[in-house]
Design a protein around this ligand. Structure first.
Ligand SMILES: [Zn+2]
Ligand SMILES: [Zn+2]
Length: 268
């Protein structure tokens, strides 16, 4: 996989020995953007020489993996430890040796699962290193730039994994947007939300948008579908895709208040 190019704005890796598009397909979509200096590409070798990965524990079961310094979208991938197999929720571009060794020391990965296409990044590198499948909702199949046999498309409202953990389809930001639900260490449940909802700086509001960087609202019908899909979720803790998007204990209250704001705004 060494002859592959990686978009510097979103971190998406394109297939080896193949012409990359003039503009990255993920970035050229209305939900993303081309960098100010135009389309730029890099490689895994350059990333390995210039970046490292920070591993930080969020609680006994979840660790955040994030590139240092920031690269591309600067999101974190969340590593979930569970007795029947560990899960990587979303990816970030650099599986450096320290990170690979750490994950192997706690039992490797049984699956990689995704919230949506903005974090597919170098998913095939991760899947090859850990010899595990990649679960993506079929409604986002068209956004897979580098399809391989590791990618398993799934359909429907939810995909049960193990130890009570399940991937829940929500739609909204992307047609196939998902969250990972897991039994909580403390009570109702923990939600890893990716960009399916986005925790504000105040930690008192969760937004759901067509585009976060371009601030494009969801059409009313898409919000209604999202609202319906998420109405049965029960959780008390939520972790988003970025540093500090940790909401422990009162996440359900914040979610309910936020969704009511949307219903009022859309006059639903
Ligand atoms: Zn891109
Ligand atoms: Zn996104």
């Amino acid at each position: 996989m060494s002859k592959t190019l990686i978009c510097t704005t979103c971190g998406t890796q394109y297939p080896p020995d193949q012409q990359v598009p003039e503009l990255c397909t993920i970035c050229n979509d209305d939900r993303q953007y081309i960098g100010d200096n135009g389309q730029k590409w890099t490689s895994m070798a350059v990333l390995k020489n210039n970046y490292s990965t920070r591993i930080s524990k969020l609680n006994d079961q979840i660790s955040a993996l994030k590139m240092q310094p920031d690269f591309a979208l600067a999101n974190r991938a969340l590593l979930v430890q569970s007795p029947e197999g560990n899960i990587l929720w979303d990816c970030m571009p650099l599986p450096d040796q320290q990170t690979v060794d750490y994950i192997n020391s706690i039992g490797g990965l049984k699956a990689i699962a995704f919230s949506h296409p903005h974090y597919y990044s170098t998913m095939n590198e991760w899947a090859t290193l850990f010899n595990c499948p990649i679960y993506i909702h079929e409604l986002d199949g068209e956004w897979i730039m580098y399809p391989t046999p590791s990618v398993k498309l799934w359909s429907g409202d939810s995909l049960p994994l193990w130890n009570g953990i399940k991937i829940v389809h929500t739609g909204g930001h992307f047609p196939g947007s998902c969250m990972l639900w897991m039994p909580s260490l403390t009570g109702e449940g923990t939600l890893l939300c990716g960009d399916s909802v986005y925790l504000s700086r105040s930690k008192r509001h969760l937004s759901v948008m067509y585009s976060y960087p371009n601030q494009i609202l969801l059409p009313r019908r898409d919000f209604t579908a999202f609202d319906h899909k998420t109405s049965a979720l029960k959780f008390d803790t939520l972790y988003g895709a970025f540093d500090n998007q940790d909401l422990e204990g009162n996440a359900m209250d914040v979610f309910n208040t936020s969704m009511q704001r949307y219903r009022d705004s859309y006059e639903l």
